[in-house]
Unconditional design. Structure first.
Length: 190
């Protein structure tokens, strides 16, 4: 048997354990604290423990960085989706505006066409009434006179009608000549 040398640490530990464990019916006879090792072996042990702790900390840091990268990736995806939705909404709105503008142009064109048709119909009815009252030839003569007055058409006959022709025939001939000249040269006015 080896001689027992008690250090102050061993004595203190023995007293504490006897006192604490006696409550449970356990009797402690001795406490032995062995030598853990010298500086060289303790240094290697501490280095191993330190390296292990550093590796655990690095792994924790890496995992935190991965989680942060995943969150950043999800944030970027959400921002991109929001931008795409914004562009889609803008394009959809532009299509609706264009469609409404198209409808507006169509309605305006239809209104103009109806107005032109109504005016033409009213003029046709007026010509028909005038023709019924004064006769077809006189109605044509009245319209020619209106054109002469409003369009400042020259009425000096450049066509001579002889024989049984009337002044109306001469005026019609002059008008016809002017129209034919205008068809031959669109820039020339009668």
């Amino acid at each position: 048997m080896f001689p027992v040398y008690h250090t102050a640490q061993q004595n203190q530990s023995l007293e504490m354990l006897r006192e604490d464990l006696s409550k449970y019916g356990i009797t402690i006879l001795d406490v032995s604290i062995g030598a853990v090792g010298n500086e060289q072996t303790l240094g290697m042990l501490l280095k191993t423990l330190t390296d292990r702790e550093i590796a655990l900390q690095e792994q924790t840091t890496f995992e935190e960085q991965q989680r942060a990268a995943e969150k950043e990736k999800a944030l970027k995806r959400t921002i991109q989706e929001a931008e795409e939705e914004k562009r889609l909404a803008t394009a959809t709105y532009a299509v609706k505006v264009a469609d409404e503008e198209k409808k507006q142009v169509i309605i305006k064109a239809q209104a103009e066409a109806e107005q032109i048709a109504l005016v033409a119909q009213a003029k046709a009815q007026a010509y028909k009434l005038i023709s019924d009252v004064v006769g077809a030839d006189n109605a044509a003569l009245l319209e020619i006179m209106k054109l002469v007055a409003t369009d400042k058409i020259q009425i000096t006959p450049s066509v001579m009608v002889s024989g049984s022709g009337s002044p109306t025939d001469a005026l019609m001939g002059t008008m016809l000549k002017g129209m034919l000249e205008q068809q031959g040269n669109p820039a020339k006015k009668p």
